[in-house]
Design a protein. Structure first.
Length: 122
């Protein structure tokens, strides 16, 4: 039975967390919600804080998952990060946004990719 959209999101985020942990990240928080939007995963590795946007698709009809993170979406993520930094008193010079992209077929992850992005233009 194929997953529904919400199930894909939960599967994708759990998978992303497990991969990040295996790569030495410490998960600080999941699904941090603000009026600007949600940050899927907040993780730390060494002295950097990573804000992770998880995107998954079960086909490529609309392009690769990471292609859905456009300038408008990044702007919302940056606003949510600024709020997170404000309430947690975090030095924003040591942070990155990464996109965790997943292709899913028949409830199985067939490809994952971590894309490190810079948002200094915002």
């Amino acid at each position: 039975m194929a997953c529904r959209s919400k199930d894909y999101g939960r599967l994708s985020e759990n998978y992303a967390k497990n991969v990040l942990i295996a790569k030495g990240f410490k998960i600080l928080e999941s699904n941090f919600r603000t009026k600007f939007g949600e940050i899927d995963i907040i993780a730390k590795k060494k002295s950097k804080t990573y804000f992770v946007e998880v995107k998954s698709r079960n086909n490529l009809k609309k392009g690769y998952p990471q292609e859905s993170v456009d300038r408008k979406k990044l702007f919302k993520i940056v606003k949510a990060i600024q709020y997170y930094n404000l309430i947690h008193n975090i030095d924003e010079r040591n942070e990155r946004i990464i996109i965790f992209s997943l292709l899913i077929n028949d409830d199985e992850i067939i490809k994952d990719e971590i894309i490190d992005t810079s948002y200094s233009d915002f």
